[in-house]
Design a binder for this molecule. Structure first.
Ligand SMILES: [Zn+2]
Length: 218
């Protein structure tokens, strides 16, 4: 009965696909129609053993086209219901190192930004990934300092310098650190943020830090 009501409501007030802007009549397809979802092209990239960044890195796609639109909607239009869909795309061509990862850490946001947006998309993505992988999510371990300026307007060198001093850690010392963690964020640009976060986690005693983002903006 309830699904019937929802269906009638959807037919009367159809929502539009985020990508092609066509009306979506099938309630299960919201917020992206099945045609657009199946035609999203991914371009996965995996790097292992490059110590200049992290111990291993995966991204599902370049930051352009539909992926860019989806992530933009996710970030700036409060579309936090896109989490599940984005994780589907993320792991379409990737087994996220389930066997070797002991836990997941989202890249923290500046607190004023998170308060402004109402959520940190990296935390939502980490929780969804953790739920599917059945791995713990440590969203309190890394902290972005209050005064850390936005990375957006900085040059690459300034970003690296800024990132190095922008993070600290907070973790109970009662138990030993996990051996391998997966650091997650929505987009990587220079890698300065991931490198700085990995550095902090290693200072806590974590041996291997792998990182994954949905997109790379090179
Ligand atoms: Zn569409």
């Amino acid at each position: 009965m309830i699904s019937l009501i929802i269906k009638s409501f959807t037919i009367l007030f159809p929502s539009t696909c985020l990508l092609c802007r066509q009306d979506i009549l099938n309630v299960e397809e919201k917020p992206v129609c099945s045609f657009c979802l199946s035609s999203v092209e991914l371009d996965p990239e995996t790097k292992r053993g490059d110590p200049s960044l992290v111990d291993g890195y995966f991204s599902a796609a370049a930051f352009k086209g539909p992926i860019r639109e989806l992530l933009h909607a996710y970030k700036y239009q409060g579309k936090d219901y896109l989490t599940s869909l984005l994780v589907d795309l993320w792991i379409r061509n990737w087994d996220p190192w389930f066997a070797e990862v002991d836990g997941i850490v989202p890249v923290p946001m500046a607190r004023w930004k998170e308060m402004n947006r109402g959520y940190n998309q990296a935390v939502l993505l980490a929780r969804e990934m953790g739920r599917r992988m059945r791995k713990p999510v440590y969203s309190q371990w890394l902290i972005r300092k209050w005064r850390s300026p936005s990375q957006t307007a900085l040059t690459r060198e300034e970003r690296l310098q800024n990132a190095r001093t922008s993070f600290s850690t907070r973790r109970s010392k009662r138990r030993g650190p996990p051996k391998t963690l997966l650091l997650v964020d929505d987009v990587v640009t220079t890698g300065a943020t991931l490198t700085a976060c990995a550095h902090q986690l290693k200072r806590m005693g974590v041996q291997t830090v792998l990182a994954a983002t949905i997109a790379r903006d090179a």
